[in-house]
Design a protein around this ligand. Structure first.
Ligand code: DC
Length: 214
């Protein structure tokens, strides 16, 4: 029986790094759902679409050629055969991704793609709504938080311009699948923890929840 570990949290909380390391140690596929929303945002901007024009985005998304896969146990995405990876953290993508990912039809299309990963094997998936919407039935749900100051520092240490507080406010207040702590999620505040400490803190919870691993 394969498992899905859902890791949600606000921007720059460290959830991607934690998920990547955890997936590597458990031999599971690491799925970065934020990268999917970023890839679609990049494609929409390439197309000249207005991030606030939900009707146009709704029409456009059904025509988009999205190919989600995996390479070396990591999720990949190609759009129209192109790899958007080098552009996913561009400032204009950072600035438009919250608006575009609030469009219900964009979410419907991506949630369908994200659910397919569970058919490929064990998965650690990070995002905003993985425990609440994408895989509500999984018992393994974590919410990785960190105070805003620490998160802003982590992002600028990565050399990025990213208004994380504005993105969090948008992501938490949208109508469809807002960022929130799922009812049965285990919250870990990583503000004063190293990456390894967060990963180590997750193991006993997984065991308590009945997951068997070495
Ligand atoms: O994890 P990230 O910061 O790369 O995510 C970028 C944006 O994508 C985030 O601001 C909101 C959106 N997102 C989402 O709406 N749902 C997800 N499951 C993952 C990301």
């Amino acid at each position: 029986m394969s498992f899905v570990i859902a890791i949600d949290g606000p921007a720059a909380s460290g959830k991607s790094s934690v998920s990547r390391v955890l997936a590597g140690r458990l031999g599971a596929i690491f799925v970065n759902s934020g990268a999917m929303y970023r890839a679609v945002t990049w494609a929409a901007l390439q197309e000249g679409l207005d991030p606030n024009d939900a009707a146009a985005l709704t029409r456009w998304i059904s025509t988009l050629d999205i190919e989600c896969g995996q390479e070396n146990a990591r999720s990949t995405i190609r759009i129209g055969g192109k790899d958007p990876e080098p552009f996913l953290r561009d400032p204009h993508v950072n600035g438009a991704v919250s608006a575009i990912s609030a469009v219900p039809e964009v979410r419907r299309v991506l949630v369908e793609q994200l659910r397919r990963y569970a058919q490929l094997g064990n998965v650690v998936m990070e995002g905003r709504d993985i425990g609440s919407v994408v895989f509500p039935e999984t018992p393994y749900k974590f919410y990785i938080d960190a105070c805003e100051k620490v998160r802003a520092k982590r992002r600028s240490a990565q050399g990025e311009t990213d208004a994380i507080a504005a993105r969090d406010a948008y992501d938490s207040s949208r109508r469809t699948a807002p960022l929130k702590v799922a009812q049965d999620s285990i919250v870990i505040d990583s503000s004063t923890m190293t990456l390894d400490e967060v990963v180590e803190a997750i193991y006993p919870h997984l065991r308590n929840l009945g997951l068997k691993f070495d």
